[in-house]
Design a protein around this ligand. Structure first.
Ligand code: 6PG
Length: 473
């Protein structure tokens, strides 16, 4: 490599700043550029003695970098990425690498990959998870793009990523948009996990648990099989008090969920590929319904549900909700993995599902102990057709499904919405049904549209049509 900075980063919002500090702390010299020069100057001035090079124009920035250049964009996904690329690309030389570290839509990444490749440049869509803290202390990184870029990015990414059991939480995911695609599914799963936790909270709350009591329950769960970052922060969030009133802060937070779109992208992609991601679907739709607060408040005045408090044995409820959460989580991950497997086959990405689960063990928002089990499942059988087929998960679901049903039944009886628990259980029951009522559905299709049907007593592929009786309205 020629003289100059080891790495360049464009976009000094908090994530960008934290990543720069992380990279610098691993011994790399980093050039930085931000559209607003004052931000660059303030950032460099705030970190004296560090190997940081502040630059005030893209030509100056590009000239400051060793070749082949490694330039990471940390700008808002969408049009801003194209705007930066438009200015940056003419300044680059063949072999240079541009990394997009934002939450870009994988198909945008594929388009950019092709455009840059046509100019001899290497474009890497890298999913980065872990929020601001992860960026500074060690994120989980999911880089896609040309394999030749990986050897040049590997020393930087492996040194800044989170580590679990000595392993860095980063791997080359696959060509083109594979990295951003896997990050998108990560986010879909994140939505599922968050909603499932919220449903557990809703049930415990309905049974009269105080915020502190629930914090203790989640804290306890975080010591067992459900150990995960999201369970951990849930315990902490429930224990948090409003400074002014002393009331648990969660009780004062408006129940309208926001979303930036990655969950919806997952649904769209699943629909395009005929893969069922019903837990993620329920999670996205729960956010949508939550955001329609005025409509819900109006409906709450006129639409009836069951009356009366939820009276249950509290310890039994905690055990049942724990299992409902665990079982639903397994289904949610099974669906997300199924989606990735399907796209991997379609695109020829050769995604390593066990490896992906392994780099999600640290740094990212869905980091969790049970991801080890997923890695083990694919290590034992690389051709595993579905997560629930793995002995560990099969036995787990068989063992805890009764509690799961009890929770969904209790919620339904008492009118407590548990869309993600319910969708997960319905998926499980559909999956384990050797025969579904789709025979009748086929009869209906043939009835009104002569669409044809196959028969259980005849070879597959042989299509039948019946002259159904006439309907007189
Ligand atoms: C992460 C997060 C991060 C962000 C999501 C969630 O992996 O670090 O997923 O990317 O928090 O965009 O966003 P919304 O909940 O607003 O959709």
């Amino acid at each position: 490599m020629s003289e100059g900075s080891d790495y360049g980063l464009i976009g000094l919002a908090v994530m960008g700043q934290n990543l720069v500090l992380n990279i610098e702390s691993r011994g790399f010299r980093v050039s930085v550029y931000n559209r607003t020069a004052e931000v660059t100057d303030a950032f460099v001035a705030a970190h004296p003695g560090k190997r940081l090079v502040g630059t005030h124009s893209l030509p100056e920035f590009v000239a400051s970098l060793a070749r082949p250049r490694r330039i990471q964009l940390m700008v808002k996904a969408g049009a801003p990425v194209d705007a930066v690329l438009e200015q940056l690309v003419p300044l680059l030389e063949p072999g240079d690498i541009v990394i997009d570290g934002g939450n870009s839509l994988y198909s945008d990444t594929e388009r950019r990959d092709a455009a840059l490749a046509a100019r001899g440049l290497r474009f890497v869509g890298a999913g980065i998870s872990g929020g601001e803290e992860g960026a500074r202390k060690g994120p989980s990184i999911m880089p896609g793009g040309p394999a030749s870029s990986w050897e040049l990015l590997r020393p930087v990414f492996e040194s800044i990523a989170a580590r679990v059991d000595g392993q860095p939480c980063v791997m080359h995911i696959g060509p083109g948009g594979a990295g951003h695609y896997v990050k998108m599914v990560h986010n879909g799963i994140e939505y599922g996990d968050m909603q499932l936790i919220c449903e557990a909270y809703a049930l415990l709350q309905a049974a009269g648990f105080s915020a502190d009591e629930m914090a203790a329950v989640f804290d306890e769960w975080n010591r067992g099989e459900l150990q995960s970052y999201l369970i951990q922060i849930t315990a902490k969030a429930l224990a948090q008090k409003d400074e002014a009133t002393g009331v648990p802060l969660v009780e004062l937070i408006l129940d309208k969920a926001g979303q930036k779109g990655t969950g919806q992208w997952t649904l769209v992609n699943a629909a395009e590929n005929a893969v069922v991601v019903s837990t993620i679907n329920a999670a996205v739709e729960a956010r949508v319904l939550s955001s329609q607060k005025a409509q819900r408040v109006a409906a709450s005045r006129v639409l009836q549900g069951p009356q009366g408090p939820l009276r249950v044995d509290r310890a039994a409820l905690v055990a049942q909700v724990h299992d409902a959460l665990y079982a639903s989580k397994v289904i949610s991950y099974a669906q997300g993995l199924d989606l990735m497997r399907t796209m991997s086959e379609k695109k020829g990405w050769a995604l390593d599902l066990g490896g992906i689960a392994s780099i999600w063990r640290g740094g990212c928002i869905i980091r969790a102990r049970f991801l080890n089990r997923i890695t083990e499942a694919w290590a034992a059988d690389p051709a595993l057709p579905h997560l629930t087929a793995a002995p560990f998960f099969r036995e787990l679901l068989n063992r805890i499904q009764a509690h799961w049903r009890a929770v969904v039944a209790l919620a339904v009886t008492h009118g407590i919405p548990v869309p993600a628990f319910g969708a997960s259980l319905a998926y499980y029951d559909s999956l384990r049904s050797a025969r579904l009522p789709a025979n009748l559905l086929q009869a209906q299709r043939d009835f009104f549209g002569a669409h044809g049907y196959e028969r259980v007593d005849r070879p597959a592929g042989e299509v039948f049509h019946t002259r159904w009786p006439e309907v007189i309205d």
